[in-house]
Structures are given as structure tokens and as C-alpha cells.
Design a protein around this ligand. Structure first.
Ligand SMILES: [Fe+2]
Length: 179
């Protein structure tokens, strides 16, 4: 939200094991300016459902689905649906196919997740840039359609003005079915 904002040098750590061994992500608690620490966020370029297990802590899962043009290509600055869901240790979440996703640590402890996204070390996969994921639309749009900020000690959504069309949204409790 604010490229000049101050925050810790490292926001999160990843150990990548892939679909079988699983991947572990650990978020630092804290802020970057008024924004909670979050992962970068990405879209999958292949059709698969990724599962996240929340192991420790609490946070907000952010999901967004882009609109498509007449040829069926995704439009990066037009969002069809947006969800900000409160999650905590014990929750198991399935990311819908092609939904952009990121996680925000709103708690005072580390947020720790396990996930089953694939790793292809033989095709040049690295921890930060897995081959199945596209980070470019997120970089281009300077984040997702809403930022999660702290206001009066509570998380709140702030619209990202880079987007052309964004549905209204509020922070909700995680339920098994969305989209
Ligand atoms: Fe993913």
C-alpha cells in the first residue's frame, strides 16, 4: 500500500517440500506502516485447488477472482469477486481454481501454514517464484483489490485505487463454501 512504509526486513519464511512433503510458511507478526504483514499473493497459471492448513496463529485469507474478457483471458484490474476471511489454527482451506490468494498475519504470534502446492525443482522452481504461480498481475496492480490495515486495534479493508472495478467487501468469518 505504501512503498515507503517501515517494517521488518523479512516478512515471511518458506520451506518448500511440494505436494508430498508439503510447504511450510511462517509469517512474522507485525506491521508495514498501517498494513499487517502478508504474503505477496499470486494466481495459479494451471487449474488446481491448493489446500492450506492453518497450524498456528490467526489471520485473514484474501481471495479474489478476476473478470474475463470476450476471449476468456483474465483482466488484471477488474475483480469479479473478493473475499477476506478470518482464519485460525485448525482451519483447512481449499483455494478455488484460479483465485488469487494471500494471507495476512493479524495476530500477535507467528502465523504458520502448511500447503500442498507442487514444487518442480528440476524446472527451476525456487521458494519465492514457483513455476505454477503468477506474481506479475499482483506486482503490476500494487497488491490485491483491498489492503488489510489496522484501525483502532482491528483489521479493516482499504480499497486499492489501482483497480478499475472492485466489488464491495467486508471482513467475514471463514466458512466452508465461498464463490
Ligand atoms: Fe498458491
Amino acid at each position: 500500500m505504501d512503498p515507503e512504509a517501515q517494517g521488518p526486513d523479512i516478512h515471511y519464511y518458506m520451506i518448500r517440500g511440494g505436494s508430498d512433503k508439503k510447504n511450510i510458511t511462517v509469517w512474522e507478526p507485525g506491521m508495514v506502516g498501517s498494513e499487517y504483514i502478508k504474503t505477496y499473493g499470486h494466481y495459479h497459471i494451471i487449474d488446481f485447488k491448493e489446500t492450506y492448513w492453518i497450524i498456528e496463529g490467526e489471520g485473514i485469507l484474501v481471495l479474489q477472482m478476476r473478470k474475463k474478457d470476450a476471449s476468456g483471458n483474465f483482466i488484471d484490474n477488474e475483480i469479479e469477486s473478493f473475499k477476506a476471511l478470518k482464519v485460525k489454527a485448525g482451519d483447512k482451506i481449499e483455494i478455488p481454481s484460479f483465485a488469487g490468494h494471500l494471507l495476512v498475519n493479524t495476530g500477535k504470534t507467528w502465523l504458520v501454514t502448511s500447503d500442498d502446492s507442487p514444487v518442480h525443482f528440476d524446472k527451476g522452481d525456487s521458494a519465492s517464484m514457483p513455476q505454477h504461480a503468477d506474481y506479475e498481475p499482483v506486482r503490476k496492480m500494487k497488491g490485491f483489490a483491498y489492503y488489510i490495515i489496522e484501525k483502532n486495534g482491528q483489521p479493516e479493508l482499504v480499497k486499492n485505487s489501482q483497480y478499475l472495478s472492485v466489488p464491495e467487501a467486508k471482513i467475514e468469518k471463514f466458512k466452508k463454501s465461498w464463490f
